[in-house]
Design a binder for this molecule. Structure first.
Ligand code: NDP
Ligand code: GDR
Length: 343
């Protein structure tokens, strides 16, 4: 029997890799997309086959995590075997500007979806995209037993989602898991996250299209891994015999300065000639250091990261240089760059 998956956040970085992975495993994939006045499906266009075609395996449905009734009706109709809740207002800095919206989407949105599963009366496995931001001020190494100390409205909303997911597991015997994922990046990373902001700027500086890049705190330490590997971990969590929570990380910490150095040097540039400081990119409260310990995922799921922050910087610079050369072409024409970048 063909398995069915329902993915919220399918148009995001992780949603696009997860949809690819599940389609390659023979799943029928259903994705929740938000109605927008312009197309917002660039990351998944290469996977789309018109629904009139009998070979279509991916179906998109309008909806929003703020609309609980819509979530119930979709789940009743689709009856998925697996639900992946990846949708969120996912930008930490923006969560200070839009705290209420972030709480509604990144926090309350999760209980709307959990409650929708319960009201739809379906048997399904549930994945919650929890985050290392929940650890916040607690020093590394962080893992499943580390106390939470969120430092942003985003982090606090993710802590709420973590606990309601755990509560639905205990209260209703739901197969509900938290994947506590440390930062993971790729050539599909949103352009305002620091890694992609840097690698895009490197490509443009190299091409003579811009001179400088404006950044905030360069001392923050992050554990950056490769998104394509992390979605495999998400899937493995839902294939386990028992529901449980797992941290996914590389175990290697880099500063933003290290990432800058690797990215600029890889392109034959010196970052100190191009980086300028703008206090707009500082956060009212910062998370100084996140470095994960993913031993549990390695032991119980056989999952391990193979790409660390510096390797990722090179991969993303190569992809952004190539993408710039292909600018104007449809995105799916340059998707093959990623496999090229990992060689
Ligand atoms: P992105 O920001 O790339 O994608 C977020 C997705 O959520 C998009 O598809 C977006 O839709 C959708 N979305 C936002 N608001 C709503 C809403 N109200 N209703 C429905 N959909 C909505 O995030 P990532 O792919 O990087 O991350 C996926 C998840 O994992 C997020 O929950 C994030 O917080 C979490 N996470 C990410 C980590 C990372 O390093 N990438 C680490 C740990 C956790 P649209 O395209 O229309 O904007
Ligand atoms: P983060 O990622 O906050 O860790 O959240 P981001 O790339 O935004 O910031 C990483 C670090 O870089 C510093 N920084 C800057 N950040 C941005 N965005 N822009 C800048 O100009 C800049 N200059 C310095 C930040 O201060 C920070 O210390 C990501 C998101 O994907 C979350 O959804 C996810 O939960 C966590 O990772 C784990």
């Amino acid at each position: 029997m063909t398995k069915k998956a329902f993915i919220t956040g399918i148009t995001g970085q992780d949603g696009s890799y997860l949809a690819e992975l599940l389609l390659s495993k023979g799943y029928e994939v259903h994705g929740l997309i938000r109605r927008a006045s312009t197309f917002n499906t660039t990351r998944i266009d290469h996977l789309y086959v018109d629904s009139h075609n009998p070979n279509a395996k991916m179906f998109l449905h309008y909806g929003d995590l703020s609309d609980g009734a819509r979530l119930v009706s979709l789940l009743v109709t689709i009856k998925p075997d697996e639900v992946y809740n990846l949708a969120a207002q996912s930008h930490v800095r923006v969560s200070f500007d839009e705290p209420e919206h972030t709480g509604d989407t990144t926090g309350v949105g999760t209980i709307r979806l959990l409650e929708a599963v319960r009201m739809a009366g379906i048997e399904t496995r549930f994945y919650q995209a929890s985050s290392s931001e929940m650890f916040g001020a607690t020093p590394p190494p962080q893992h499943e037993e580390t106390p939470f100390y969120p430092r942003s409205p985003y982090g606090a909303a993710k802590v709420y989602s973590y606990w309601v997911t755990k509560n639905y597991r205990e209260a209703y015997s739901m197969f509900a898991v938290n994947g506590i994922l440390f930062n993971h990046e790729s050539p599909r990373r949103g352009e305002t996250f620091v890694t992609r902001k840097i690698t895009r700027a490197v490509a443009r500086i190299k091409a003579g299209l811009q001179d400088d890049i404006w950044l905030g705190n360069l001392d923050a330490i992050r554990d950056w891994g490769y998104a394509a590997e992390y979605v495999e971990g998400m899937w493995r969590m839902l294939q386990a015999d028992e529901p449980d929570d797992y941290a996914l990380a590389t175990g290697v910490g880099c500063t933003v300065r290290d990432f800058l150095d690797e990215s600029f040097t890889h392109a034959g540039l010196n970052w100190e000639d191009h980086v300028k400081f703008d206090e707009r990119y500082l956060r009212p409260t910062e998370v100084d250091a996140l470095v994960g310990d993913a031993s549990k995922a390695k032991t119980k799921l056989g999952w391990e990261a193979t790409v660390d922050g510096r390797a990722l910087a090179r991969l993303m610079v190569d992809a952004d240089i190539e993408a710039l050369a292909c600018e104007g072409k449809p995105w799916h024409d340059v998707v093959s760059l990623e496999s090229w970048g990992t060689k």
